[in-house]
Design a protein. Sequence first.
Length: 323
Amino acid sequence: MSAAAAPLDPLLLVLGDEPLLVDRAVAGAVSAARRVDPDVERREAAAASLSPLEFSDLVAPSLFAEPRVVVIRQAHEASKELVAAVVDYARDPVEGVVLVVQHLGGARNKALADALRKAGAAVLTCNKITKPAERIEFVRHEIRSAGGTTTPDAVAALVDAVGSDLRELAAAAGQLVADTGGMVDESAVRRYHRGRAEVNGFAVADLAVAGDVPSALEALRWAMGVGVAHVLVADALADGIRTVAKVSGARPGNGYALSGELGMPPWKIDRARTAARYWSEPGLARAMEVVADLNGAVKGLAADADYALEKAVIDLSRARRLR
């Protein structure tokens, strides 16, 4: 992980190949500049396709001296001509312009990185994290930065569950802090990631029909995160409500006796019968309206299908309480 640098230095060299840390370094430079002047403009270009003339246009003084941050990505792929233009510029930077140069850090175009250092550029190192101990420290830092606390066992469990991708680790750490209220222990990690692995539309539906709104919404977030189609979740919710309604209106009898009559396996009948005890006739009628509306929403009528699904889960919990 990189140490903080003076973000308003006219030259910033970002060295390394870890995408998350590189993006954070660039975003940090832009944010710091905008804290000084909210009107700072951000300009960005890839070195491989940038000509010296285009670079000069990016950093040239403007008529009204508007402040800006110019980001040059993948500077190790710059042409010799562009390297010369950047090195020349670094000797006399334009006032009000922060130049951020991202370089892989290897031998290719190393002379550019060396010249920027010599010119006084602030340096942020953003190398890939490859050692297990470094990933452990990264996750611990992410949890603390998000305002949470944790334990060594919990951090190890999270790394084991998620893997080595820093973006996924950072997202998981932040989500756990938000969902647990701040205390990320091993049981929370295991519960969270067990749910992630098993989640599908029917898992969401089972929780929603049972009235467990917090778990249903958590499962829904994971379903959306792993790419379960909105329409599949909506269909599962509708199937769950229809199943409860069928079982509620069925004659007495065990699941095996009713299986052929209701057209569903005995285990499904028995589970639906347990859920049906908490549903009233008005509640089921309202729930049927909710899932019918949701069907249209996820097929294009809603501006935000994620929101439509979340609202449906909450509306079903309200319908369940109708008497």
